[in-house]
Design a protein around this ligand. Structure first.
Ligand SMILES: *Cc1c(COP(=O)(O)O)cnc(C)c1O
Ligand code: SF4
Length: 526
Protein backbone atom coordinates (compact mmCIF):
# COMPACT_ATOMS: atom_id res chain seq x y z
CA UNK A 1 0.00 0.00 0.00
CA UNK A 2 1.36 3.43 -0.91
CA UNK A 3 1.52 5.77 2.03
CA UNK A 4 1.65 9.54 1.86
CA UNK A 5 5.09 10.80 2.80
CA UNK A 6 5.30 12.65 6.09
CA UNK A 7 7.78 12.66 8.92
CA UNK A 8 11.52 12.92 8.80
CA UNK A 9 12.16 9.34 7.73
CA UNK A 10 10.14 9.79 4.56
CA UNK A 11 7.78 7.14 5.90
CA UNK A 12 4.27 7.79 7.08
CA UNK A 13 2.94 6.01 10.15
CA UNK A 14 0.07 3.72 9.29
CA UNK A 15 -3.07 5.43 8.23
CA UNK A 16 -2.06 9.03 8.87
CA UNK A 17 -3.47 11.26 6.21
CA UNK A 18 -1.31 14.03 4.75
CA UNK A 19 -1.46 17.21 6.76
CA UNK A 20 -3.29 20.14 5.22
CA UNK A 21 -1.15 22.99 3.90
CA UNK A 22 -0.59 25.87 6.28
CA UNK A 23 -1.80 29.08 4.70
CA UNK A 24 0.74 31.82 5.19
CA UNK A 25 -2.07 34.38 5.43
CA UNK A 26 -3.67 32.68 8.42
CA UNK A 27 -0.64 33.57 10.51
CA UNK A 28 -1.56 37.21 10.31
CA UNK A 29 -5.32 37.32 10.52
CA UNK A 30 -7.47 37.23 13.63
CA UNK A 31 -8.47 33.55 13.57
CA UNK A 32 -7.24 31.52 16.53
CA UNK A 33 -3.99 29.70 15.97
CA UNK A 34 -4.40 26.11 14.82
CA UNK A 35 -1.37 23.99 15.54
CA UNK A 36 -1.16 21.70 12.55
CA UNK A 37 1.96 19.99 13.81
CA UNK A 38 0.17 18.57 16.87
CA UNK A 39 -0.46 14.91 16.00
CA UNK A 40 -3.49 14.85 18.32
CA UNK A 41 -5.13 17.47 16.08
CA UNK A 42 -4.30 15.82 12.76
CA UNK A 43 -7.06 16.08 10.19
CA UNK A 44 -8.00 13.56 7.55
CA UNK A 45 -8.57 14.34 3.86
CA UNK A 46 -12.22 15.11 4.69
CA UNK A 47 -11.22 17.84 7.13
CA UNK A 48 -12.43 15.81 10.12
CA UNK A 49 -10.12 14.34 12.78
CA UNK A 50 -7.85 11.80 11.08
CA UNK A 51 -8.67 8.13 11.52
CA UNK A 52 -6.63 5.04 10.77
CA UNK A 53 -7.71 2.46 8.26
CA UNK A 54 -10.49 0.02 9.03
CA UNK A 55 -10.65 -3.48 7.55
CA UNK A 56 -13.38 -4.03 4.95
CA UNK A 57 -15.38 -6.44 7.10
CA UNK A 58 -16.00 -3.69 9.65
CA UNK A 59 -16.69 -0.91 7.16
CA UNK A 60 -20.38 -0.84 7.99
CA UNK A 61 -19.98 -0.66 11.75
CA UNK A 62 -21.31 2.76 12.82
CA UNK A 63 -18.59 5.09 14.13
CA UNK A 64 -20.10 5.27 17.63
CA UNK A 65 -19.77 1.52 17.99
CA UNK A 66 -16.32 1.36 16.39
CA UNK A 67 -15.12 4.06 18.77
CA UNK A 68 -16.66 2.37 21.80
CA UNK A 69 -14.04 0.39 23.67
CA UNK A 70 -16.63 -2.07 24.90
CA UNK A 71 -17.56 -2.88 21.31
CA UNK A 72 -13.89 -3.28 20.41
CA UNK A 73 -13.31 -5.64 23.34
CA UNK A 74 -16.35 -7.80 22.75
CA UNK A 75 -15.67 -8.03 19.01
CA UNK A 76 -12.09 -9.21 19.29
CA UNK A 77 -11.06 -11.94 16.86
CA UNK A 78 -9.13 -15.08 17.64
CA UNK A 79 -9.87 -17.88 15.16
CA UNK A 80 -8.34 -18.84 11.82
CA UNK A 81 -11.70 -18.16 10.15
CA UNK A 82 -12.25 -14.70 11.62
CA UNK A 83 -8.68 -13.48 11.25
CA UNK A 84 -8.58 -15.01 7.76
CA UNK A 85 -11.40 -12.69 6.77
CA UNK A 86 -9.20 -9.68 7.50
CA UNK A 87 -5.69 -10.74 6.46
CA UNK A 88 -4.44 -13.33 4.01
CA UNK A 89 -3.02 -15.92 6.36
CA UNK A 90 0.11 -17.91 5.50
CA UNK A 91 0.22 -21.68 6.09
CA UNK A 92 2.56 -21.03 8.98
CA UNK A 93 0.04 -18.69 10.59
CA UNK A 94 -2.84 -21.08 9.94
CA UNK A 95 -0.87 -23.80 11.72
CA UNK A 96 -0.07 -21.43 14.58
CA UNK A 97 -3.68 -20.34 14.95
CA UNK A 98 -4.97 -23.92 14.79
CA UNK A 99 -2.65 -25.22 17.47
CA UNK A 100 -4.59 -26.17 20.60
CA UNK A 101 -1.93 -25.52 23.24
CA UNK A 102 -0.98 -22.02 22.14
CA UNK A 103 -0.83 -18.86 24.22
CA UNK A 104 -4.13 -17.02 23.91
CA UNK A 105 -4.86 -15.16 20.68
CA UNK A 106 -7.22 -12.20 20.66
CA UNK A 107 -6.91 -9.00 18.68
CA UNK A 108 -9.10 -5.91 18.71
CA UNK A 109 -10.70 -5.04 15.35
CA UNK A 110 -8.95 -1.67 15.54
CA UNK A 111 -5.47 -3.20 15.89
CA UNK A 112 -6.06 -5.97 13.36
CA UNK A 113 -7.15 -3.35 10.82
CA UNK A 114 -3.73 -1.70 10.98
CA UNK A 115 -2.12 -4.80 9.45
CA UNK A 116 -1.32 -4.85 5.77
CA UNK A 117 -3.39 -7.93 4.77
CA UNK A 118 -0.91 -9.00 2.08
CA UNK A 119 2.38 -8.53 3.90
CA UNK A 120 3.35 -11.61 5.92
CA UNK A 121 6.15 -9.57 7.53
CA UNK A 122 3.92 -6.74 8.69
CA UNK A 123 5.37 -5.64 12.05
CA UNK A 124 1.96 -5.46 13.77
CA UNK A 125 0.99 -8.86 12.43
CA UNK A 126 4.20 -10.45 13.75
CA UNK A 127 3.31 -9.24 17.26
CA UNK A 128 -0.21 -10.64 17.50
CA UNK A 129 -0.67 -13.48 14.98
CA UNK A 130 0.98 -16.72 16.05
CA UNK A 131 3.04 -18.84 13.67
CA UNK A 132 4.20 -22.40 13.95
CA UNK A 133 7.58 -21.09 15.24
CA UNK A 134 6.07 -20.67 18.71
CA UNK A 135 6.54 -24.40 19.20
CA UNK A 136 10.29 -24.31 18.80
CA UNK A 137 12.19 -24.73 22.01
CA UNK A 138 15.59 -23.08 22.40
CA UNK A 139 18.55 -23.34 24.75
CA UNK A 140 18.15 -21.30 27.90
CA UNK A 141 14.36 -21.15 27.49
CA UNK A 142 12.46 -20.84 30.77
CA UNK A 143 8.83 -20.69 31.75
CA UNK A 144 9.28 -18.02 34.42
CA UNK A 145 12.52 -16.55 33.10
CA UNK A 146 12.52 -13.64 35.55
CA UNK A 147 11.82 -15.88 38.55
CA UNK A 148 8.85 -13.69 39.41
CA UNK A 149 7.08 -16.49 41.20
CA UNK A 150 10.02 -16.85 43.58
CA UNK A 151 9.84 -13.15 44.43
CA UNK A 152 6.11 -13.14 45.18
CA UNK A 153 5.27 -12.67 48.85
CA UNK A 154 1.57 -12.82 47.98
CA UNK A 155 -0.02 -13.94 44.70
CA UNK A 156 0.45 -11.38 41.97
CA UNK A 157 2.86 -9.16 43.86
CA UNK A 158 6.51 -9.24 42.77
CA UNK A 159 8.85 -7.60 45.27
CA UNK A 160 12.28 -7.75 43.68
CA UNK A 161 13.64 -4.24 44.19
CA UNK A 162 14.12 -2.64 47.60
CA UNK A 163 11.64 0.22 47.27
CA UNK A 164 9.10 -0.79 44.63
CA UNK A 165 6.78 -3.61 43.71
CA UNK A 166 5.09 -4.95 40.68
CA UNK A 167 1.41 -5.51 41.33
CA UNK A 168 -0.30 -7.88 38.90
CA UNK A 169 -3.99 -7.03 39.17
CA UNK A 170 -5.40 -8.99 36.24
CA UNK A 171 -4.46 -11.71 33.76
CA UNK A 172 -6.39 -10.02 30.96
CA UNK A 173 -5.10 -7.80 28.16
CA UNK A 174 -6.79 -5.95 25.30
CA UNK A 175 -4.91 -8.15 22.81
CA UNK A 176 -2.11 -10.66 23.36
CA UNK A 177 1.54 -10.26 22.36
CA UNK A 178 3.17 -13.40 21.06
CA UNK A 179 6.40 -12.72 22.98
CA UNK A 180 4.69 -11.97 26.33
CA UNK A 181 7.06 -12.48 29.26
CA UNK A 182 4.16 -13.50 31.48
CA UNK A 183 2.46 -15.87 29.03
CA UNK A 184 2.49 -18.44 31.85
CA UNK A 185 -0.15 -16.46 33.74
CA UNK A 186 -1.61 -14.03 31.21
CA UNK A 187 -4.64 -14.76 29.05
CA UNK A 188 -6.44 -17.25 31.23
CA UNK A 189 -9.79 -15.67 32.10
CA UNK A 190 -10.59 -18.53 34.47
CA UNK A 191 -7.48 -17.86 36.55
CA UNK A 192 -7.90 -14.15 37.15
CA UNK A 193 -7.04 -12.30 40.34
CA UNK A 194 -10.02 -11.71 42.59
CA UNK A 195 -10.86 -9.09 45.18
CA UNK A 196 -9.51 -11.21 48.02
CA UNK A 197 -6.14 -11.36 46.25
CA UNK A 198 -6.15 -7.62 45.56
CA UNK A 199 -6.86 -7.13 49.27
CA UNK A 200 -3.94 -9.42 50.20
CA UNK A 201 -1.69 -7.42 47.87
CA UNK A 202 -2.80 -4.14 49.44
CA UNK A 203 -2.26 -5.64 52.85
CA UNK A 204 1.34 -6.48 51.96
CA UNK A 205 1.84 -2.88 50.78
CA UNK A 206 0.41 -1.55 54.07
CA UNK A 207 2.77 -3.57 56.20
CA UNK A 208 5.88 -2.99 54.05
CA UNK A 209 6.89 0.63 54.63
CA UNK A 210 9.99 0.52 52.43
CA UNK A 211 7.74 0.41 49.35
CA UNK A 212 7.37 3.86 47.85
CA UNK A 213 6.49 2.98 44.25
CA UNK A 214 3.77 0.59 43.06
CA UNK A 215 3.71 -0.56 39.46
CA UNK A 216 0.31 -1.82 38.36
CA UNK A 217 0.57 -4.33 35.56
CA UNK A 218 -0.67 -7.77 34.66
CA UNK A 219 -2.06 -8.45 32.24
CA UNK A 220 -3.24 -4.95 31.75
CA UNK A 221 -4.82 -2.95 34.57
CA UNK A 222 -6.66 -0.69 32.15
CA UNK A 223 -8.80 -3.63 31.00
CA UNK A 224 -10.33 -3.90 34.49
CA UNK A 225 -13.84 -2.68 35.09
CA UNK A 226 -13.41 1.05 35.84
CA UNK A 227 -14.88 0.69 39.36
CA UNK A 228 -12.55 -2.15 40.24
CA UNK A 229 -9.50 -0.30 38.94
CA UNK A 230 -10.52 2.74 40.93
CA UNK A 231 -10.96 0.74 44.12
CA UNK A 232 -7.41 -0.60 43.72
CA UNK A 233 -6.00 2.86 43.09
CA UNK A 234 -7.83 4.19 46.13
CA UNK A 235 -6.58 1.30 48.22
CA UNK A 236 -3.01 2.16 47.25
CA UNK A 237 -3.47 5.92 47.78
CA UNK A 238 -4.76 5.31 51.30
CA UNK A 239 -1.31 4.00 52.23
CA UNK A 240 0.76 7.02 53.28
CA UNK A 241 4.19 5.62 52.44
CA UNK A 242 3.34 4.99 48.76
CA UNK A 243 4.75 7.98 46.91
CA UNK A 244 4.10 7.14 43.28
CA UNK A 245 1.78 4.84 41.38
CA UNK A 246 2.68 3.63 37.92
CA UNK A 247 0.49 1.83 35.43
CA UNK A 248 2.12 -0.27 32.71
CA UNK A 249 -0.39 -0.61 29.91
CA UNK A 250 -0.71 -1.63 26.31
CA UNK A 251 -4.35 -0.53 26.17
CA UNK A 252 -3.49 2.80 24.48
CA UNK A 253 -1.84 0.74 21.72
CA UNK A 254 -4.45 -2.00 21.23
CA UNK A 255 -7.50 -0.06 22.27
CA UNK A 256 -6.92 3.71 22.30
CA UNK A 257 -10.72 4.15 22.42
CA UNK A 258 -10.50 3.12 26.09
CA UNK A 259 -8.73 6.36 26.97
CA UNK A 260 -11.81 8.48 27.41
CA UNK A 261 -12.41 11.60 29.49
CA UNK A 262 -14.08 9.63 32.24
CA UNK A 263 -11.05 7.35 32.67
CA UNK A 264 -8.63 10.29 32.60
CA UNK A 265 -10.63 12.17 35.24
CA UNK A 266 -10.66 9.10 37.43
CA UNK A 267 -6.91 8.52 37.05
CA UNK A 268 -6.12 12.16 37.76
CA UNK A 269 -7.61 11.76 41.24
CA UNK A 270 -4.78 9.43 42.22
CA UNK A 271 -1.76 11.56 41.37
CA UNK A 272 1.21 11.35 41.41
CA UNK A 273 0.50 8.72 38.79
CA UNK A 274 2.82 7.82 35.92
CA UNK A 275 2.17 5.58 32.97
CA UNK A 276 4.39 3.44 30.79
CA UNK A 277 3.01 2.46 27.41
CA UNK A 278 4.34 -0.22 25.12
CA UNK A 279 4.90 0.65 21.47
CA UNK A 280 7.28 -1.39 19.34
CA UNK A 281 6.88 0.03 15.86
CA UNK A 282 5.97 3.41 14.34
CA UNK A 283 2.97 1.83 12.55
CA UNK A 284 1.31 1.53 15.98
CA UNK A 285 1.19 5.29 16.39
CA UNK A 286 -2.06 6.27 14.76
CA UNK A 287 -4.25 9.39 15.02
CA UNK A 288 -6.36 7.51 17.60
CA UNK A 289 -3.25 6.84 19.67
CA UNK A 290 -2.16 10.48 19.39
CA UNK A 291 -5.50 11.62 20.75
CA UNK A 292 -5.38 9.04 23.56
CA UNK A 293 -1.84 10.07 24.56
CA UNK A 294 -2.90 13.72 24.47
CA UNK A 295 -5.79 13.03 26.85
CA UNK A 296 -3.50 11.19 29.26
CA UNK A 297 -0.87 13.92 29.12
CA UNK A 298 -3.53 16.58 29.71
CA UNK A 299 -4.65 14.62 32.77
CA UNK A 300 -1.16 15.29 34.10
CA UNK A 301 0.12 11.76 33.63
CA UNK A 302 3.76 11.64 32.52
CA UNK A 303 4.00 9.06 29.76
CA UNK A 304 6.88 6.70 29.09
CA UNK A 305 7.33 3.90 26.62
CA UNK A 306 8.86 0.47 26.94
CA UNK A 307 9.67 -1.40 23.74
CA UNK A 308 10.77 -4.97 23.35
CA UNK A 309 13.48 -5.60 20.80
CA UNK A 310 11.96 -8.13 18.38
CA UNK A 311 13.53 -9.79 15.36
CA UNK A 312 11.51 -9.01 12.26
CA UNK A 313 9.63 -6.18 13.96
CA UNK A 314 11.99 -3.48 15.17
CA UNK A 315 15.57 -4.83 15.04
CA UNK A 316 16.60 -1.84 12.96
CA UNK A 317 18.18 1.49 13.91
CA UNK A 318 16.06 3.39 11.40
CA UNK A 319 12.77 1.88 12.56
CA UNK A 320 13.66 2.57 16.18
CA UNK A 321 14.73 6.11 15.43
CA UNK A 322 11.45 6.73 13.66
CA UNK A 323 9.56 5.16 16.58
CA UNK A 324 11.22 7.35 19.21
CA UNK A 325 10.57 10.43 17.09
CA UNK A 326 6.90 9.57 16.82
CA UNK A 327 6.83 8.98 20.58
CA UNK A 328 8.34 12.29 21.67
CA UNK A 329 6.11 14.03 19.15
CA UNK A 330 3.22 12.60 21.19
CA UNK A 331 4.81 13.61 24.50
CA UNK A 332 5.71 10.01 25.30
CA UNK A 333 9.25 9.66 26.63
CA UNK A 334 11.09 6.50 25.52
CA UNK A 335 12.00 4.74 28.77
CA UNK A 336 13.35 1.26 28.11
CA UNK A 337 14.19 -1.01 25.21
CA UNK A 338 14.11 -4.56 26.55
CA UNK A 339 16.15 -7.44 25.26
CA UNK A 340 13.56 -10.17 24.50
CA UNK A 341 13.21 -12.45 27.52
CA UNK A 342 14.08 -16.15 27.40
CA UNK A 343 10.44 -17.10 27.46
CA UNK A 344 8.74 -20.06 25.83
CA UNK A 345 7.30 -19.35 22.41
CA UNK A 346 9.44 -16.29 21.76
CA UNK A 347 12.61 -17.90 20.38
CA UNK A 348 12.02 -16.59 16.86
CA UNK A 349 11.82 -13.01 18.18
CA UNK A 350 15.22 -13.03 19.85
CA UNK A 351 18.03 -10.82 18.64
CA UNK A 352 21.67 -10.71 19.73
CA UNK A 353 22.38 -8.22 22.51
CA UNK A 354 24.66 -6.43 20.03
CA UNK A 355 21.59 -5.36 18.07
CA UNK A 356 20.37 -3.34 21.03
CA UNK A 357 23.80 -1.79 21.46
CA UNK A 358 23.82 -0.86 17.79
CA UNK A 359 20.40 0.78 18.12
CA UNK A 360 21.53 2.78 21.14
CA UNK A 361 24.60 3.89 19.19
CA UNK A 362 22.31 5.02 16.37
CA UNK A 363 20.19 7.11 18.75
CA UNK A 364 22.51 8.78 21.25
CA UNK A 365 23.77 12.05 19.81
CA UNK A 366 21.92 11.48 16.55
CA UNK A 367 18.66 12.56 18.12
CA UNK A 368 17.29 14.45 21.13
CA UNK A 369 18.31 13.02 24.47
CA UNK A 370 14.62 12.92 25.30
CA UNK A 371 14.16 10.37 22.54
CA UNK A 372 16.87 8.02 23.82
CA UNK A 373 15.72 5.16 26.06
CA UNK A 374 17.91 2.83 28.13
CA UNK A 375 18.62 -0.59 26.70
CA UNK A 376 18.15 -3.25 29.39
CA UNK A 377 18.29 -6.98 29.80
CA UNK A 378 15.86 -8.31 32.36
CA UNK A 379 18.17 -10.66 34.22
CA UNK A 380 17.41 -14.33 33.65
CA UNK A 381 16.86 -15.83 37.06
CA UNK A 382 15.43 -12.62 38.47
CA UNK A 383 18.09 -10.00 39.13
CA UNK A 384 15.96 -7.23 37.71
CA UNK A 385 16.63 -4.95 34.79
CA UNK A 386 20.28 -4.48 33.93
CA UNK A 387 21.39 -1.67 31.64
CA UNK A 388 23.72 -2.83 28.88
CA UNK A 389 26.58 -0.47 29.61
CA UNK A 390 29.94 -0.39 31.36
CA UNK A 391 29.88 -1.26 35.07
CA UNK A 392 27.07 -3.74 34.41
CA UNK A 393 28.34 -5.53 31.32
CA UNK A 394 31.00 -7.88 32.63
CA UNK A 395 31.82 -9.82 29.50
CA UNK A 396 30.49 -10.46 26.06
CA UNK A 397 31.47 -13.54 24.09
CA UNK A 398 30.11 -14.99 20.87
CA UNK A 399 27.19 -16.67 22.59
CA UNK A 400 26.97 -15.36 26.13
CA UNK A 401 26.61 -12.02 27.81
CA UNK A 402 27.60 -11.79 31.47
CA UNK A 403 25.97 -9.00 33.45
CA UNK A 404 25.68 -7.87 37.01
CA UNK A 405 22.78 -6.08 38.62
CA UNK A 406 22.69 -3.22 41.12
CA UNK A 407 23.18 -5.65 44.03
CA UNK A 408 26.12 -7.53 42.57
CA UNK A 409 24.03 -10.47 41.41
CA UNK A 410 25.75 -11.93 38.34
CA UNK A 411 23.79 -13.55 35.55
CA UNK A 412 24.24 -14.67 31.96
CA UNK A 413 22.11 -14.08 28.93
CA UNK A 414 22.50 -16.81 26.32
CA UNK A 415 22.52 -15.30 22.84
CA UNK A 416 20.12 -16.77 20.25
CA UNK A 417 21.61 -19.51 18.09
CA UNK A 418 19.57 -18.54 15.08
CA UNK A 419 19.03 -14.96 14.15
CA UNK A 420 18.06 -13.83 10.68
CA UNK A 421 19.49 -10.34 10.32
CA UNK A 422 17.16 -7.50 9.46
CA UNK A 423 16.60 -7.27 5.71
CA UNK A 424 17.75 -3.77 4.83
CA UNK A 425 16.90 -4.13 1.16
CA UNK A 426 13.19 -4.59 1.84
CA UNK A 427 13.02 -2.15 4.78
CA UNK A 428 11.53 1.16 3.74
CA UNK A 429 13.11 2.80 6.78
CA UNK A 430 16.60 1.63 5.78
CA UNK A 431 15.96 2.73 2.22
CA UNK A 432 14.89 6.18 3.41
CA UNK A 433 17.25 6.94 6.26
CA UNK A 434 17.11 10.31 7.89
CA UNK A 435 19.98 12.24 6.32
CA UNK A 436 22.78 13.51 8.52
CA UNK A 437 24.81 15.68 6.14
CA UNK A 438 28.55 15.46 6.54
CA UNK A 439 28.34 12.81 9.25
CA UNK A 440 29.90 9.42 8.81
CA UNK A 441 27.91 7.07 11.01
CA UNK A 442 29.05 3.74 12.30
CA UNK A 443 27.10 1.89 9.68
CA UNK A 444 30.06 1.50 7.38
CA UNK A 445 31.88 -0.25 10.20
CA UNK A 446 29.00 -2.49 11.11
CA UNK A 447 28.46 -3.41 7.47
CA UNK A 448 32.16 -4.21 7.09
CA UNK A 449 32.64 -1.55 4.39
CA UNK A 450 35.03 0.49 6.50
CA UNK A 451 37.58 -0.43 9.11
CA UNK A 452 37.69 2.88 10.92
CA UNK A 453 36.04 6.28 11.15
CA UNK A 454 38.13 9.37 11.41
CA UNK A 455 36.68 12.04 13.66
CA UNK A 456 36.52 14.49 10.80
CA UNK A 457 36.26 18.17 11.50
CA UNK A 458 38.82 18.03 14.23
CA UNK A 459 41.69 17.42 11.86
CA UNK A 460 42.62 18.59 8.41
CA UNK A 461 40.38 16.21 6.47
CA UNK A 462 41.39 17.55 3.05
CA UNK A 463 44.97 16.52 3.68
CA UNK A 464 43.87 12.92 3.66
CA UNK A 465 42.23 13.13 0.28
CA UNK A 466 38.70 13.81 1.52
CA UNK A 467 36.47 15.88 -0.66
CA UNK A 468 33.40 16.05 1.55
CA UNK A 469 33.90 18.48 4.44
CA UNK A 470 32.50 17.83 7.89
CA UNK A 471 29.53 20.14 8.40
CA UNK A 472 31.51 22.12 10.98
CA UNK A 473 33.90 23.10 8.17
CA UNK A 474 31.26 24.68 6.00
CA UNK A 475 30.85 28.25 7.24
CA UNK A 476 27.58 28.59 5.36
CA UNK A 477 26.03 25.99 7.63
CA UNK A 478 27.75 26.61 10.88
CA UNK A 479 29.14 29.63 12.65
CA UNK A 480 31.95 28.62 14.97
CA UNK A 481 30.63 29.30 18.38
CA UNK A 482 32.57 28.39 21.45
CA UNK A 483 31.35 26.12 24.19
CA UNK A 484 32.59 28.75 26.62
CA UNK A 485 30.63 31.59 25.03
CA UNK A 486 27.37 32.71 26.55
CA UNK A 487 24.55 32.71 24.06
CA UNK A 488 24.24 36.06 22.34
CA UNK A 489 27.64 37.31 23.44
CA UNK A 490 29.77 35.87 20.66
CA UNK A 491 30.39 39.05 18.71
CA UNK A 492 33.12 37.68 16.50
CA UNK A 493 32.61 37.34 12.77
CA UNK A 494 32.43 33.81 11.44
CA UNK A 495 35.90 32.45 10.79
CA UNK A 496 36.72 32.28 7.09
CA UNK A 497 38.10 28.99 5.87
CA UNK A 498 41.69 29.20 4.71
CA UNK A 499 41.71 28.78 0.92
CA UNK A 500 44.50 26.25 0.64
CA UNK A 501 45.57 23.39 2.85
CA UNK A 502 47.39 24.34 5.99
CA UNK A 503 49.86 21.63 6.70
CA UNK A 504 50.32 20.30 10.16
CA UNK A 505 52.08 17.02 10.72
CA UNK A 506 49.61 14.45 12.07
CA UNK A 507 49.21 14.83 15.79
CA UNK A 508 50.61 18.38 15.79
CA UNK A 509 47.46 20.25 14.91
CA UNK A 510 47.01 23.32 17.16
CA UNK A 511 45.57 22.46 20.54
CA UNK A 512 43.66 24.74 22.90
CA UNK A 513 45.91 26.62 25.27
CA UNK A 514 45.75 26.40 29.06
CA UNK A 515 42.32 27.58 30.25
CA UNK A 516 41.05 28.13 26.72
CA UNK A 517 37.63 26.59 26.06
CA UNK A 518 38.07 23.59 23.81
CA UNK A 519 35.08 24.31 21.57
CA UNK A 520 36.24 27.85 20.88
CA UNK A 521 39.68 26.73 19.87
CA UNK A 522 38.25 24.18 17.52
CA UNK A 523 36.15 26.93 16.02
CA UNK A 524 39.34 28.89 15.23
CA UNK A 525 40.90 25.82 13.78
CA UNK A 526 38.05 25.22 11.43
C1 LIG B 1 10.34 -3.56 35.91
C2 LIG B 1 10.04 -3.85 37.25
C3 LIG B 1 9.97 -2.82 38.21
C4 LIG B 1 10.22 -1.37 37.87
O1 LIG B 1 11.55 -1.16 37.48
P1 LIG B 1 12.03 0.30 37.10
O2 LIG B 1 13.44 0.09 36.61
O3 LIG B 1 11.96 1.11 38.33
O4 LIG B 1 11.14 0.80 36.04
C5 LIG B 1 9.68 -3.17 39.49
N1 LIG B 1 9.47 -4.46 39.85
C6 LIG B 1 9.56 -5.46 38.96
C7 LIG B 1 9.36 -6.86 39.42
C8 LIG B 1 9.84 -5.20 37.62
O5 LIG B 1 9.90 -6.19 36.73
S1 SF4 C 1 0.06 -6.46 26.83
FE1 SF4 C 1 1.80 -7.00 28.16
S2 SF4 C 1 1.00 -8.55 29.55
FE2 SF4 C 1 -0.45 -8.39 27.85
S3 SF4 C 1 0.18 -9.93 26.37
FE3 SF4 C 1 1.21 -8.05 25.79
S4 SF4 C 1 3.22 -8.13 26.82
FE4 SF4 C 1 1.86 -9.65 27.82
Amino acid sequence: MVQPVTGDEGVSPAGIAPRPETHAASRHDETPFVNLRDPARALGPDGKPAVSRRAAIWEDVPDERWNDWRWQLSNRVSTVEDIGRVINLTDDEKAGLSSTDKFRVDVTPYFLSLIDPDDPNDPIRRQVIPTDCEHEAFTAMMEDSLAEDRHSPVPGLVHRYPDRVLMLVTTQCASYCRYCTRSRIVGDAAANFNRAEHEAQLDYLRRTPQIRDVLISGGDGLTLAPKLLESILRGIREIPHIEIIRIGSRVPVFLPQRIDDELCEMLAKYHPLWMNLHFNHPNEITPEVSRAADKLARAGIPLGNQSVLLAGVNDCVHIMRSLVHRLVENRIRPYYIYQCDLVEGSGHFRTPVGKGIEIMEGLRGHTSGYAVPTFVVDAPGGGGKIPVMPNYLISYSDHKVVLRNFEGYITTYEEPEHYTPHDKASCKYCQNPRPEPGQGGIEGLLDGKQMWIEPSGFEQAHLRGRTEPHRLQDPAKWVPYGVGAIEGTADRAPVELAPGPTTYPPGEEPRPGEGEPTGWSHGELL
